[in-house]
Design a protein. Structure first.
Length: 166
């Protein structure tokens, strides 16, 4: 079992500053199990479909990953039902920016994987405006986002940005 040490931030990127979609990785994630541990299937990574189990919350979480066949991925997406989300992930130096699609359109999260919890953060990418850290805000865990109904997803996006604009 390994550890993922990661911090996440709610951000804004002006429309004209987004890289073309072809420069990112189009990821599709299905959640077979929510809670502890979460079980996720993801396609769109260069290494192929990846099955991931994660436990914990906050900056440091346990993580186990394995590459699976396309057939296994298809079966797991069927098991996930509507608990699926899609996003385009843009690598930007040490950071990645996720631009969510579908009912989460408008949501953008900046992420960085770290070597230790107290590691100093590099400057965020240019043109990305950091609004607030959401590492400890469970509303922004991908599994929770995927579990929301379409109407709840749209409401969360609007509310999240309204909170920082007030």
């Amino acid at each position: 079992m390994g550890w993922e040490i990661e911090r996440r931030f709610l951000v804004r990127v002006p429309d004209r500053r987004w890289p073309p979609a072809r420069e990112g990785h189009h990821l599709k994630q299905g959640y077979v199990r929510h809670g502890e541990p979460s079980v996720r299937i993801r396609t769109g990574e260069p290494r192929g479909p990846v099955l991931t189990c994660k436990s914990g919350s906050g900056v440091r979480r346990s993580e186990v990953e394995t590459v699976v066949s396309d057939e296994v991925a298809t079966a797991l997406f069927e098991a996930a039902g509507s608990s699926v989300l899609e996003k385009i992930r843009f690598p930007m130096g040490a950071w990645t920016v996720d631009r969510f699609l579908g009912d989460l359109e408008g949501l953008a999260l900046l992420e960085i994987e770290l070597e230790s919890e107290d590691q100093e953060l590099p400057d965020p990418p240019k043109h990305v405006r950091v609004l607030r850290e959401v590492t400890d805000d469970k509303r922004f865990v991908s599994g929770r986002l995927a579990a929301l109904e379409p109407k709840e997803r749209r409401k969360l996006v609007k509310k999240s940005y309204k909170e920082v604009d007030e």
